[in-house]
Every structure is written in C-alpha cells, then in structure tokens.
Design a protein around this ligand. Structure first.
Ligand SMILES: *Cc1c(COP(=O)(O)O)cnc(C)c1O
Length: 359
C-alpha cells in the first residue's frame, strides 16, 4: 500500500506550488469591482495576450466562465449547440437554461470529441421560422474530458469556424484543459483559439492554481461577460491573492503538462496488459485515461478496492473508470498504481480488505 494516497480522481486536486504560495503572499491587491486590483489586471492582460484575444476576465470557476460566455453571447430563447458528452451539457447544472433561458440543442459527440459537420449542418435552424429557437452559438470542448482527454485539431476547429461564419453563428470553446491540447498537438495555443469567438480555460486543473479560470474574447464580449459575472455574484474584491497564483500557473506550469501526458500513457499501457481491463492506450493523448472492465469485476468494485489500497480513481458511471495524471503524480506513483491494480485484479471479485484511512 502506498505511504500516501495516490489521487488520480482529477487534476483539480493539485496543490499550489511553492512559487504560487510566495506570489499569493506578496500579491499587490485592490478592489477588482472598481478594476483596481493590479494583480487581476496583470493576469487578465497576460491571459488575453497568451491566447491571442483582445480582452480577458478572471472568474472563480470554469463553470462560471462558461456560463458568463453563454450569457454574453445569447438572449433568452436562443439555442446553443452542445455535444451530448460535453461538460457544459452534463456537468454544469444546466446553468445556461436555468439562468439565461437558453435552450440546449444536443448533438452527438464523436469518439474523438468532435461534433460532425454533417450533424451541425442538419441542426442549424432557419432563422426566420417562428417555430424554432434561433441557433446562436456552437460550443466545443478541447481537450474533450468525457471522450478521454482527446485534443481537437486546429483543422477541425477551423472547419467549424468556417461553417459558423457562413451561417452567422458564434463559436465558444470550453478549453478547461486547452493547454493540454496545445502541448499534445505541439502547437501554440493560439492555433486553437484563433478560430473561436470566445474561450474559457481553467487555471485550477493541470496548471495547479488553487482557484480560478479565465474567459477571453473581444472587448465588447468581455464587457457583456462582466455584466453576467456580476449577475452570478462572481465579481470579487481583493482577489489578486488568488490571481497571483494564476500568473505563476501560466508562466511555469504549461510546459510540464508533457510529463502528465507521459505518465498517463505509461498508466494506459500498463493497464492494457491486464486481461480484465478494456482500453486502447494509443488513444490516450493527454492526461486523462478512461477504461472499462470485463471478466466479473465491475467498475464500481474496482474503484472501491483500489481506494482500500490507497489509489483513488473516479467511477464515471456506465461502467467507465477515469484516472487523471497531474502535478503531484510521478512515474513512481504510476508504477505503484499498476502494482495495486494487479493485486486487486488478481484477488478477483468479492473479497474486501480493510479501508484505507481517508477523510
Ligand atoms: C472542469 C471542467 C469545467 C468546469 O470547471 P470548474 O472550475 O470545475 O467549474 C468545464 N469544462 C470542462 C471540460 C471541465 O473539465
């Protein structure tokens, strides 16, 4: 059993780096609702420049960032196209509908995280038909979380953008793990953002900042998004203490994502060696590993047994298990994880060990 739990549930469990702690302690702050927090202003300028947009807005969470973007783009009664496996549709409590009166038009996500262009073409409403909600926005996700952290290519994003322009639609990118996509594809992140009208990315996942996400777009969009953030209660005061960690995250934590990707591949290849585990390791592109089980042991039980032995993975439901690598997990942890997995699988179904002390 590992001496401390190996937590592969999510990259959201990452703890701030020592450099972040120092930057937080020393951050110059002011009232950000008056636009007077110099650290927030610096993060927003830096983020906008980094993703090649005119303006940016710091928000407490990715969920709020996506919601602000949808509220800034849409009126009540508009509809947005989302993938059926997307985070916006499945894991954000239907916020755009609840708060914004926005309808979701759900299209299937392909296994590679894309929405097929043919499906988009067939889905967009005729704008002058009073029967129909007006299609306003297409939402894409990169990397695509539930599709196994796959990266959407610049070419695909360009093709959706061209279609959107032709039909007078906007495109929003849920780029919670967009830097993982850029690293996996070996492209500058602007190759992924230049095709979209707005983008949200998380500082609090693989980049290891304790709190926060950023929404980027043009000036007029960000002005509307700031109004939406105010409605949602997300305008903060001396939040430079957390934005300071976000700056360090962008400066120091992007390139090292490659390590997480290598560890995820190592985990996937190791798991593929067990006959009870169904996985295609060659499909693992970034830091997310998703697999199913066969031969008697259920996903639920596998996750419980691992946990008893100090390894934490996520039961996604539907028989799927998710493991996410991140800052704080090294190759040694992967070796240990594989040893624990082997033990659990060898023990087979039914027997319970003593619980691992977790709280
Ligand atoms: C985590 C995540 C979000 C939301 O971020 P929170 O900070 O957890 O609210 C949005 N989209 C995707 C794809 C995510 O993985």
């Amino acid at each position: 059993m590992p001496s401390k739990p190996i937590d592969l549930r999510s990259d959201t469990v990452t703890l701030p780096t020592p450099a972040m702690r120092t930057a937080m302690a020393r951050a110059e702050v002011g009232d950000d609702v008056y636009g007077e927090d110099p650290t927030i202003n610096r993060l927003e300028e830096f983020a906008a420049q980094r993703v090649g947009k005119a303006a940016a807005m710091f928000v407490p969470s990715g969920t709020m960032g996506n919601l602000c973007a949808l509220l800034a783009h849409c009126q009540r009664g508009d509809e947005v196209i989302v993938g059926d496996a997307s985070h916006i549709y499945n894991y954000e409590a239907g916020g755009a509908s609840v708060v914004g009166g926005v309808a979701f038009h759900v299209l299937p996500n392909q296994p590679d995280g894309t929405i097929a262009l043919d499906h988009l073409r067939a889905a967009v409403r005729w704008l002058d038909d009073p029967h129909c909600a007006e299609t306003r926005l297409i939402c894409l996700e990169n990397t695509h979380n539930s599709c196994g952290g796959v990266a959407l290519s610049p070419e695909y994003l360009a093709s959706v953008a061209a279609f959107a322009r032709e039909r007078g639609l906007l495109v929003h990118l849920d780029g919670a793990r967009m830097f993982n996509a850029a690293i996996a594809l070996s492209v500058d992140v602007t190759e992924l953002t230049r095709h979209v009208d707005s983008v949200m990315f998380c500082l609090s996942k693989g980049l290891a900042a304790p709190v926060g996400s950023v929404v980027c777009g043009d000036e007029a969009f960000i002005r509307r998004a700031r109004r939406a953030r105010k409605v949602l209660g997300g305008s903060m005061r001396q939040a430079g203490v957390i934005a300071a960690a976000g700056i360090v995250a962008l400066e120091t934590m992007v390139d090292r994502l490659e390590e997480d990707h290598a560890n995820a591949r190592m985990l996937a290849e190791g798991l593929a060696g067990f006959p009870q585990i169904v996985i295609e390791p060659e499909r693992v592109q970034t830091n997310i590993v998703i697999f199913t089980l066969r031969d008697g042991i259920s996903a639920e039980e596998f996750v419980v047994r691992l946990r008893e032995r100090g390894v934490l993975m996520g039961d996604m439901g539907g028989g799927r298990v998710r493991a996410v690598t991140h800052y704080g997990i090294d190759a040694g942890d992967i070796t240990e994880t594989l040893a624990v997995a082997e033990e659990v699988l060898r023990a087979g179904s039914g027997v319970r060990d003593q619980g691992f002390p977790l709280h």
